[in-house]
Ligand binder design. Structure first.
Ligand code: HC0
Ligand code: SF4
Length: 574
């Protein structure tokens, strides 16, 4: 242990502790901007570029950045001296000197970390009104908007894109005053191999990276009497959206969401969880089929669109491994415009399908040519959790105090298996619950496969199903996925099935979720809530969903059959 003194407080901390971490233990808060340490996810941004966290160390002539400087034996540190505070203010003022001052209309207004810092440091004037950058915004993609003029060169996005996701899209462009983070040669994002996972957006402290906002499109549809507007809500929304209405992280708000959507005027209020159960019917059938007919193994899940884009770009020689199942979001759209339209006797061209997703890649997924046949899309408009909250605020909905309501029937029933889709490991656990009963013919009493749970980046488990040992791999974050994929390519993988989700923690940590500002406790609370919601469900296996069973009986025929293939399966493009 190392002895240090911080603002007169003597403490012992382990070797390798940074001054910033040690100060926290002494109750001394040091403001930061570029710093990002996502705890047990092992994600750390080490750029030390913003110089906001400067502190004094006795015997050192210059101030030191506390986020990167490690403590040494006997170190005496002052975090609140006039000199440190003045230096911090100067760093922030310099950043503000060429920053667009459009806070009132900015997409990150009241969620911007630079704005909060200016407030925290009591900055009331900026001494140096400098030259401004004047780069065009990149609005080339369906998922995210890049505004280089708001980039503060913290490099957090670069860490997420390069170190965590191993996509290598973002790095410093230009030098000195004109520098910003963007793709090589400042190409349009749409022309790069960006997966649109949105993790760069999730960690950007300012509005240099934000989502494409589609709320105006939803308002337009809701106010068009000729449209029948249906909505689906992804599993991860219900455990996170409360955070935007001052509710505690991990509060389950499923019933309030249904109530709010009805208030907003949707004609059909449905649950993506219904489609997640449907996905399991198809995916578990596909897995059983591949196992029984010596098909390609391992089978990889295919419901995360950033992951799909990643393997299309990075592993084009392996496109036969992922499941051919469309994602639940797209399956929902396909069923809404066929079965639902037929039952309700509505022309499918008059139906608008809106999705509320925790994810930016879902916006791009909905626009894939395979899902937008003859100008009729499976899904028409995708908004994120944040955009949904924004719409409620615009409509004056007091979300926290809404009475719970159920989803509409036909595409609203769901089981616990579908709820757990929202966290890493959930899709494969849901598939295992169904595969177990289908293969053995026995009732699965204990549905919780705890070995598949957790937040480690790569997890492995073997589940015994009858006389078969089903070997399962799980990865979240694309860098971890890459490792599993490389093993498969090298012939070193012995898994039967692998689940991959691009975002840390799975969809609960998606790029469209309420900003967690690096607080991993929030992700954990969301994950716990997902498992609580599963536990509270009367039915916990996808093949027990009666509305899904009725859909097969009345419309699709058998799982993995011809009609199901037409509507619910897809292909991948190198
Ligand atoms: Fe997910 Fe999904 S679980 S990807 O994480 O499979 O976005 O929440 O909606 O489609 O169901 C996201 C979340 C979904 C889909 C589902 C899957
Ligand atoms: Fe990289 Fe994901 Fe951002 Fe694309 S969306 S630039 S892949 S972090």
């Amino acid at each position: 242990m190392i002895n240090v003194t911080i603002n007169g407080c003597h403490i012992q901390v382990p070797k390798e502790t940074t001054i910033l971490e040690a100060a926290e233990k002494c109750g001394a808060h040091i403001p930061t901007l570029c710093h990002m340490n996502l705890g047990e996810l092992g994600i750390v941004n080490q750029s030390s570029s913003c110089r906001v966290c400067m502190v004094e160390v006795a015997g050192r002539p210059a101030l030191v950045p506390s986020c990167s400087e490690k403590v040494t034996e006997g170190m005496v540190i002052t975090t609140d001296s006039l000199r440190s505070i003045t230096a911090r203010r100067m760093s922030v003022e310099l950043l503000l000197s060429n920053h667009p001052k459009e806070c009132l209309t900015c997409a990150k207004n009241l969620e911007c970390e630079l704005q909060s810092l200016a407030q925290e440091l009591g900055i009331r004037e900026i001494k140096w009104e400098g030259e401004r950058l004047d780069y065009p915004k990149d609005q080339s993609s369906y998922s995210l908007v890049k505004d280089p003029n708001k980039c503060v060169m913290c490099r957090r996005c670069e860490t997420m894109c390069n170190d965590v996701q191993t996509c290598g899209i973002l790095s410093a462009v230009n030098r000195g005053f004109g520098a910003f983070v963007g793709p090589a040669f400042n190409m349009d994002m749409a022309d790069t191999s960006c997966t649109f996972c949105g993790q760069c957006v999730a960690v950007c402290p300012t509005a240099a990276l934000t989502e494409v906002n589609n709320t105006h499109l939803v308002w337009r549809e809701l106010n068009n009497k000729n449209r029948h507007v249906v909505v689906q809500v992804a599993p991860a929304i219900r455990v996170a959206i409360g955070e935007m209405f001052h509710m505690a992280p991990g509060e389950i708000t499923t019933g309030k969401i249904a109530a709010a959507l009805r208030r907003l005027g949707f004609d059909g209020v449905f649950d993506t969880d219904f489609a997640a159960d449907l996905t399991i019917m198809e995916e578990a059938s596909e897995l059983v089929h591949r196992i029984q007919h010596q098909g390609t193994l391992p089978m990889l899940t295919s419901c995360c669109p950033a992951w799909v884009k990643f393997f299309e770009h990075q592993f084009p020689d392996m496109l036969d491994i992922p499941s051919t199942c469309k994602s639940p979001q797209v399956m929902f759209g396909a069923i809404a415009k066929t079965y639902y339209a037929e039952k309700k006797q509505i022309n499918p061209h008059d139906i608008t399908v809106v999705s509320i997703m925790p994810c930016l890649a879902k916006k791009a997924e909905a626009k894939r040519p395979e899902f937008t046949k003859e100008e009729d899309s499976n899904v028409d408009i995708v908004i994120t959790t944040r955009e949904f909250a924004q719409m409620m605020k615009e409509a004056g909905i007091d979300f926290a105090n809404l009475e719970d309501q159920p989803f509409d029937s036909m595409m609203g029933e769901s089981t616990g298996a579908s709820v757990i889709f929202g966290t890493t490991g959930g899709v494969i656990e849901a598939a295992a619950r169904t595969a177990y009963e289908w293969i053995t013919g026995d009732t699965l009493e204990n549905v919780e496969f705890k070995a598949l749970r957790g937040l480690e980046g790569i997890r492995e488990a073997t589940i015994t199903i009858g006389d078969m040992d089903l070997r399962i791999g799980i990865a979240h974050e694309l860098g971890n996925a890459r490792k599993l994929l490389e093993d498969i390519r090298d012939g070193k993988s012995s898994f039967h099935a692998i689940e991959i989700m691009a975002c840390p923690g799975g969809c609960i940590g998606g790029g469209g979720q309420p900003y967690h500002h690096g607080n991993m406790e929030i992700i954990k609370k969301r994950q716990e809530a997902i498992y609580r919601e599963d536990q509270g469900k009367a039915k916990r296996k996808s093949h027990e969903n009666e509305e899904v069973l009725r859909l097969y009986e009345e419309y699709l025929g058998k799982p993995y059959g011809e009609k199901a293939h037409d509507l619910l399966h897809t292909h991948y493009i190198a």
